[in-house]
Ligand binder design. Structure first.
Ligand code: UD1
Ligand code: UDP
Length: 437
């Protein structure tokens, strides 16, 4: 907390009138990966009396296993509102979120909208907010796969172009944002909030019974097993592509069970096209967060095309083969346990065999992935009201206490300033503003 602000006009103080008013932050979630990101942020905001957090769910994901179970397991408070947009094409889903968000923003009048990640809800709500002049904070800014065929890449680039505060998980993100012309003052390297959740919930996750339920334990402990997730449209929307990938997984499943929690997008393809798979590839419905974390932490090998799981395996020190041609999370490769193997079955099989032979990638935990990222995101806020020689004014200022100052003034409107009025400068904190008298 900073000291009470004092506003001076020239050298004469005309104001010392702080009003306590809470900073209203409207937080958005929509899809599964948003939930482990928002959880530590909401918990942190609720600890701070000067912040009033509001939570809105767009309803992009709605299945119990993709949404409600995360709220329960992570103690995320029920959303104030669910926009219930549901599924649809990119255009219709994005447009529906935009349309349904606007009246909510007008009603709640937040001081700030906070979005996380790279899903359609992230860009749609950001756009609705900035068009109403509401500031936007983007958590997990700056990641780039440089693959414009990925819907998430478009969402990232656009959200980062319009958000006011950009909170970044890894150094490359800062570089990308600067290259795209964002100012250094708007960028904050704070670490990875998803890893805050992982570190917080891992001890609870270790109590999960999922190992027994799936027969992954024997008398002496955990057996060797793998985990597979696939849901990127480029991998699962074509039956042929998905068939090739599952063909490669056969080689792994021949050696040990592979647990495959199936995303609904992937399930659709499997159901419609009846793709065959090895009997030791165990298809199960999406798994709740704690069970999934338990599985990841005990697995011998993870194969995935997920964004978040590349990070979680790096944080857990578990070898991960990413079945994609690119990644927006290069630090999981340069420092972590992730290997980008692509989607060529021969390469997947070779990399999996190496890992099973004990030659899996080792790594270390990236800087600032220490469970404290949410605490590094601070919004401080003052609302000040007063009079000056030409009438009443009010101003609001807001800053982020991490590393640098962000300073904004919404209004300073001397009423009926006469022509030729002398310009004066008002100072507070490390900043100053111009007025006239
Ligand atoms: C979305 C995100 C993706 C993220 C993924 C995480 C976008 C563009 N994509 O992809 O970045 O990695 O979530 O899981 O935002 N469905 C259900 N139940 C649900 C939700 C969806 O059955 O609760 C089915 C519907 O048939 C829907 C399909 O899954 O059409 C895809 O859902 P959608 O939210 O459009 O994209 P995801 O593939 O889930
Ligand atoms: N996850 C989960 N159960 C599953 C699959 C994933 O709890 O069956 C979690 C995973 O641990 C991570 C998040 O969901 O926290 C990642 O979501 P997803 O892979 O759907 O999206 P992406 O990160 O690719 O956007």
């Amino acid at each position: 907390m900073t000291n009470t602000p004092v506003l001076y006009c020239v050298s004469k103080p005309v104001l010392e009138y702080p009003m306590s008013q809470r900073l209203k932050i409207l937080n958005i979630v929509g899809a599964r990966p948003n939930l482990p990101k928002i959880a530590p942020l909401i918990h942190e905001m609720r600890r701070r009396p000067e912040i009033e957090p509001i939570l809105v769910h767009t309803g992009q994901h709605y299945d119990e296993k993709l949404s409600d179970i995360f709220f329960r397991q992570m103690g995320i408070p029920a959303p104030h509102l669910n926009l219930e947009v549901g599924s649809g094409s990119h255009a219709s889903q994005t447009a529906e979120i935009l349309k349904r968000t606007e009246p909510v923003l007008l009603e709640y009048k937040p001081d700030l909208v906070l979005v996380v990640g790279d899903v359609n809800s992230t860009i749609a709500v950001s756009l609705a907010a900035v068009k109403l002049g509401i500031r936007v904070a983007h958590v997990e800014a700056g990641l780039r796969s440089f693959d414009r065929t990925m819907p998430e890449e478009i969402n990232r680039v656009l959200t980062d172009a319009i958000a006011d505060y950009l909170f970044v998980t890894e150094e490359d993100g800062v570089k990308h944002l600067l290259q795209e012309g964002r100012s250094r003052e708007s960028i904050f390297l704070v670490g990875n909030v998803m890893i805050d959740s992982l570190r917080h919930f891992l001890p609870v996750a270790q109590q999960s019974r999922i190992g027994d339920e799936l027969g992954l334990k024997n008398g002496t402990g955990w057996r060797r097993f793998g985990v597979l997730t696939l849901h990127r449209p480029s991998n699962v929307d074509s039956a042929e592509k998905l068939g090739h990938l599952l063909g490669a997984i056969d080689a792994v499943a021949a050696e040990m069970p592979v647990i495959f929690p199936v995303h609904p997008r992937t399930q659709q393809r499997l159901t419609e096209d009846g793709i065959r798979h090895h009997p030791q590839l165990r298809l199960v419905p999406p798994v709740g967060y704690l069970d999934f974390l338990c599985l990841l932490s005990k697995s011998t090998l993870v194969l995935t095309d997920s964004g978040g799981i590349q990070e979680e395996t790096t944080a857990l020190g578990v070898p991960c083969l990413t079945l994609r041609e690119n990644t927006e999370r290069p630090i999981t490769i340069s420092e972590g346990t992730n290997l980008l193997v692509g989607t060529d079955p021969a390469k997947i099989i070779a990399a999996a065999r190496d890992t099973l032979a004990g030659k899996g990638k080792t790594g270390r935990i990236p800087p600032l992935w220490d469970g404290q990222a949410a605490k590094r995101i601070q919004f401080e806020y003052r609302f000040v009201k007063g009079t000056c020689p030409f009438g009443q004014f009010s101003l609001r200022w807001q800053m982020n206490g991490y590393e640098t100052w962000c300073f904004q003034i919404d209004r300073l409107r001397p009423l009926a300033a006469p022509p030729g009025a002398e310009r004066v400068r008002a100072h507070f904190g490390q900043s100053s503003i111009q007025g006239c008298r």
